[in-house]
Design a protein around this ligand. Structure first.
Ligand code: ADP
Ligand code: MG
Length: 234
């Protein structure tokens, strides 16, 4: 994917993203790491066009992220699954395909089932979110993100609410998606996943990118804040 972020700042009550610049062109799976409150989720929301920056521009894959066309080709998986509670896993996906892509019920259902099967949920499709595990619900969210056939998927701490076993299950499922030829930008605290899945790593602190590079930067962090962070997450 091609990422071109220029002079992006974002302020809520205080400035949480500070004149951030990022230019990448040859990577397919970018991890954003850093302590809580460092601005990771905000950056992800800015990159996905869910939020408009106070200043600066974000251009991804040759498109301004504010373009409608850009947003048709991205998927977003949040920290908590946010599936509709009263709809089955299958209907959570097919309804969106019918409403936003104008698909026939038949086609929408087929695509929903195909993507749920891809996430190993083929035997759970008629269950409500409350009747599956947190890991299964999160995998259904990933299936939902995939179902619109995006070329870029954002994942914001998709396993934050899960225990270690379910975390493993979800991250394993995400790794299996690597062969689909999609690009990923994701936030996680699971460093083994960063090592296995990322081909580029960005470390953020206080709204700034402090260090970035290929995965081996995890093994010799240079800046003090990054060194401290790596001591805690290892
Ligand atoms: P991270 O994902 O790294 O934990 P966030 O991007 O969520 O960091 O938050 C960065 C800072 O912005 C934090 O201080 C957070 O409290 C603040 N923040 C995030 N979202 C909002 C919001 N919608 N309104 C006000 N402040 C926010
Ligand atoms: Mg966050």
């Amino acid at each position: 994917m091609k990422i071109d972020i220029r002079n992006v700042s974002h302020t809520y009550d205080v400035e949480v993203i500070k004149n951030l610049n990022l230019s990448l062109s040859q990577y397919h799976s970018v991890a954003i790491i850093g302590v809580s409150g460092s601005g990771k989720s905000t950056l992800l929301r800015l990159m996905s066009g869910l939020e408009v920056p106070s200043s600066g521009t974000l251009n991804i894959n040759g498109m301004d992220v504010r373009e409608e066309e850009y947003r048709r080709h991205i998927g977003f998986v949040f920290q908590f699954h946010n599936l509709f509670p009263h709809l089955s896993l299958e209907r959570n996906i097919s309804l969106i395909l019918e409403k936003t892509r104008g698909m026939s019920p038949q086609e929408a259902k087929e695509i929903a089932i195909k993507n749920l099967e891809l996430l190993h949920l083929g035997d759970q499709i008629q269950k409500l979110p409350k009747n599956v595990s947190g890991g299964q619900a999160q995998r259904a969210s990933i299936a939902r993100a995939l179902s619109i056939n995006p070329n870029l998927i954002f994942l914001d701490e998709p396993t934050a609410s899960l225990d270690p076993i379910l975390t493993y299950e979800v991250l394993q499922a995400v790794q299996e998606l690597k062969g689909l030829g999609k690009d990923f930008v994701f936030v996680t605290h699971v460093m083994s996943f960063v090592r296995d899945f990322a081909d580029y790593v960005i470390f953020m602190d206080k709204g700034e990118i402090v260090e970035q590079g290929t995965v081996d930067i995890l093994d010799h962090p240079e800046h003090e804040s990054f060194r401290e962070f790596m001591k805690k997450v290892r």
